[in-house]
Design a protein around this ligand. Structure first.
Ligand SMILES: NC(=O)c1ccc[n+]([C@@H]2O[C@H](COP(=O)([O-])OP(=O)(O)OC[C@H]3O[C@@H](n4cnc5c(N)ncnc54)[C@H](O)[C@@H]3O)[C@@H](O)[C@H]2O)c1
Length: 248
């Protein structure tokens, strides 16, 4: 029960890594808001997880929607201990000059602007209380980029820098900020990274992961739980690779 009595928001919590993080946080005693643009999926996920799981429809790239999520959090939980910025999107594998402006804007707004909007909504209260943990779900793409995912890779590199600069600025206020960098994982998003889900493409991706398997929501959940718990009270500004050795 490493998160007993804590409150958390997990954005993109209705699918993939986010849903894994939600399940882990609940099993460790937290109350968790499942915040997702897919409100139906958030509700369905929450319904299977018991009364400490709370669904919330949100578009993390939209200021008004993020503020509404913050208001709902205050009403439900009073205060927020843990914020997980997990919601993310990619463009399909495409030569960098051919990615459409719409796709570029979508990637920037969901993967980057959301970190600013949630910081604006939640950091003031964390600073005032002198406590809080923020976790950004970045990617190995931000450390060791693959071709054809250029603007997605760059958004995750931005997220890693945002993690470090937030960490150093917020440390005197007692707020910790970390990131995890997942390698390719078994989630609905995987197909978008590969372009096509074929045995050949899977073998190509797997060949770059020394431990020889895709990551799972449980892998991310275990790392997220540690970094957001008091066990990691001396850790801030790190971007932890959860990647089976991919970035070595
Ligand atoms: N799966 C991988 O291979 C992989 C690897 C490295 C990093 N990541 C990162 O992990 C995070 C989670 O990815 P996943 O693989 O679990 O994806 P996923 O598609 O399974 O889940 C993402 C969730 O985010 C939600 N979402 C999308 N846009 C949103 C928005 N504007 N507002 C609120 N919610 C929104 C979706 O509805 C979905 O439920 C992402 O940030 C992704 O970039 C994934």
């Amino acid at each position: 029960m490493r998160l007993e009595g804590k409150t958390a928001i997990v954005t993109g919590g209705a699918s993939g890594f986010g849903a894994g993080i939600v399940r882990k946080f609940l099993s460790e005693g937290a109350r968790v808001m499942i915040a997702d643009i897919n409100g139906d999926a958030a509700q369905e996920t929450a319904a299977t997880l018991g009364p400490r799981a709370l669904p919330q429809q949100v578009d993390v790239s939209d200021a008004i929607s993020v503020q509404a999520m913050a208001n709902a959090m205050t009403e439900a939980f009073g205060q927020l201990d843990i914020l997980v910025n997990n919601a993310g999107v990619t463009h399909l594998p495409t030569p960098l000059e051919d990615v459409t402006e719409d796709d570029f804007d979508r990637v920037c707004n969901v993967n980057m602007k959301s970190v600013y909007l949630t910081a604006r909504a939640f950091v003031p209260a964390m600073k005032a209380r002198g406590a809080g943990a923020i976790l950004n779900v970045a990617s190995t793409a931000g450390l060791s980029p693959r071709p054809d995912l250029n603007w997605y890779n760059a958004s995750k590199g931005w997220m890693i820098t945002a993690t470090k600069t937030m960490a150093v600025e917020l440390a005197p206020s007692g707020v910790r900020v970390n990131a995890i960098c997942p390698v390719a994982g078994e989630t609905p998003l995987l197909k978008s990274f590969m372009g096509e889900d074929t045995p050949e493409m899977r073998a190509k991706f797997l060949s770059t992961i020394p431990l020889g398997r895709f990551s799972t929501p449980e892998d991310m959940a275990n790392a997220a739980c540690f970094l957001c718990s008091d066990e990691a009270s001396m850790i801030t500004g790190t971007a932890l690779e959860v990647d089976g050795g991919r970035c070595i």
